[in-house]
Design a protein around this ligand. Structure first.
Ligand SMILES: [Zn+2]
Length: 82
C-alpha cells in the first residue's frame, strides 16, 4: 500500500478548481444553549449509543442516525375522544 501516497499527490495537483460549498457546516453550537454558567441541551441523546450521540429531530419522532433508534413524540392521536 505504498503507492497510495503517490496517488494522493496526483490528486492534490489536479484539485485546482475551487468547489463551491453548498453544505453548511455542522454547528454544534446549535445543539447547546449556554445560559450563564449552565449549559442547556437542545437535543436528545441516544439512550442506546449513550451521551454524545444526538437524536435527529423529525416532525413526529426523534431518531438516531447511528443505531437507528427511534423515539416517537407524544402526539395527540387524532381520534374522537370527546
Ligand atoms: Zn443510537
Amino acid at each position: 500500500m505504498g503507492k497510495k501516497v503517490k496517488k494522493k499527490q496526483k490528486l492534490k495537483k489536479r484539485a485546482g478548481k475551487k468547489k463551491k460549498r453548498t453544505k453548511k457546516p455542522y454547528l454544534v453550537s446549535k445543539l447547546f444553549k449556554v445560559e450563564g454558567t449552565a449549559v442547556k441541551r437542545l437535543r436528545k441523546y441516544c439512550p442506546v449509543c449513550g451521551s454524545g450521540v444526538f437524536l435527529a429531530e423529525h416532525e413526529d419522532r426523534w431518531s438516531c442516525g447511528r443505531c437507528g433508534y427511534t423515539e416517537w413524540k407524544k402526539i395527540k392521536v387524532k381520534a374522537k375522544s370527546k
